[in-house]
Write a protein that binds this ligand. Structure first.
Ligand code: UD1
Length: 372
């Protein structure tokens, strides 16, 4: 069984790493790894290949950055060529980035079945590019692998037959659990002059937060207040760094010595920083899940989340982007006793094995699409 596995952007890599490992150790499956090149800086891509021991991609499409339509179209054209040359039995997609959407459309048009890992998440906010990517990818997918019961409900509501939905757990958490001990020994907080529990980690990269200067400035204003009580380490995404350059940052941060902006970190260092932090503030999706498993309080600086289970079972709170609300939420965490997280079902380190077992059964079992 030939599986064309696609990665493009940073969050795809921690999701694909355990899937590639599980496929490579299966006697009947041969994965072909395709990197679209949506993310290309070493700090956004290569470092994760090295740390997570992901094999070199078999095919590199090198599409790079562009507007949504440009980037999506470039991936579609390049992916179609690879699909026609390699003729895989199935395309395996993860997450919700533009590369995921583009490969789903290309595969559907050349009639290659699609398996989507992390299907069914919905923010119900179509101004978010990822929400559009999720809706289209799921509508075109043949097998939909989910992380939580709410995702199953969303898919069922959208008319996906239940026999195509597989609740398998969370492959990103497979990676976290397999790397946690290694990361914990790195001493990363100390390298930034920080001590365990004595700092917050901040990440921001959503277009809705960083592309509108007035919104980004409001968030930074909140951070300048918070850093008086708690040091903040802010590994900044390239998109965010570009936007920061447009704000008169020096003036804004002159009286914020506790806010330290650094380059993006590798997976292990970032995990080390998160697990030893007092709290995490973010607009990322994956970080809401990772902090849930680590038991570290997370404030999500957005108005919605496609990952409600991190609130109902985990440590996540949706605080929005109002500076007063963010500051008040941080003060609450600093004074409250720490909440206990109840880990979501099947976030147990074995999700990738379940995906690969189901893929194999579906394509090679007695009732596979080939024999049906
Ligand atoms: C993408 C995903 C987002 C994910 C994020 C994780 C989409 C629509 N968005 O957003 O869901 O959370 O990745 O990082 O797919 N850039 C670099 N170096 C790189 C990559 C990008 O400098 O290696 C810069 C470029 O100027 C680029 C900008 O960052 O235009 C944005 O990159 P892009 O891939 O379009 O979206 P992200 O914001 O990274």
């Amino acid at each position: 069984m030939k599986v064309l596995a696609v990665v493009g952007a940073r969050p795809n890599l921690m999701k694909m790493a355990p899937l590639i490992r599980a496929m490579r150790s299966h006697p009947d499956i041969s994965p072909v790894l395709v990197h679209t090149g949506q993310h290309y800086d070493d700090k956004m891509s290569q470092v994760f290949f090295d740390e997570l021991e992901i094999p070199r991609p078999d095919v590199f499409l090198g599409v790079g950055s562009g507007s949504h339509a440009e980037q999506t179209a470039k991936v579609m054209v390049a992916c179609e060529r690879v699909l026609l040359e390699r003729r895989p039995d199935v395309v395996l997609l993860v997450g919700d980035v533009n590369s995921t959407l583009a490969c789903a459309v290309a595969a559907a048009k050349v009639c290659v079945p699609i398996a989507h890992v992390e299907a069914g998440l919905r923010s119900f906010d179509r101004t978010m590019p990822e929400e559009v990517n999720r809706l289209v990818t799921d509508a075109l997918s043949d097998l939909l692998f989910t992380t939580s019961p709410d995702a199953d409900e969303n898919l069922t509501r959208e008319g996906i037959p239940p026999e195509r939905i597989f609740f398998v757990g969370n492959v990103m958490i497979d990676t976290l659990l397999s790397c946690r001990d290694r990361a914990a020994k790195l001493g990363t907080p100390g390298r930034y002059g920080l001590t365990t529990g004595g700092y917050a980690v901040l990440t921001l990269h959503r277009p809705s937060n960083v592309d509108v200067p007035s919104m980004f400035a409001r968030l930074l204003d909140a951070m300048t207040v918070i850093q008086r009580d708690l040091a903040i380490l802010f590994p900044a995404h390239p998109r965010t760094v570009q936007r920061l350059a447009k704000l008169d940052l020096e003036e804004r941060l002159a009286d914020a010595p506790g806010l330290c902006i650094i380059e993006p970190l590798g997976y292990l260092e970032f995990l080390d920083l998160m697990m030893h932090a007092r709290l995490v503030m973010t607009d990322s999706g994956g970080i809401q899940e990772e902090t849930t498993i680590l038991g570290v309080p997370c404030l999500t600086l957005r108005e919605n989340t496609e990952r409600p289970i991190t609130i109902s079972r985990g440590t996540n709170r949706l605080v929005g982007t109002n500076p007063e609300r963010i500051v008040a939420a941080v003060r609450n965490i600093l004074t409250e006793p720490r909440a206990v997280a109840h880990l979501p079902d099947l976030w147990d380190g074995h999700a990738a094995e379940r995906v690969v077992a189901a893929l194999h059964t579906e394509w090679c079992g007695a009732d596979s699409p080939r024999t049906r």
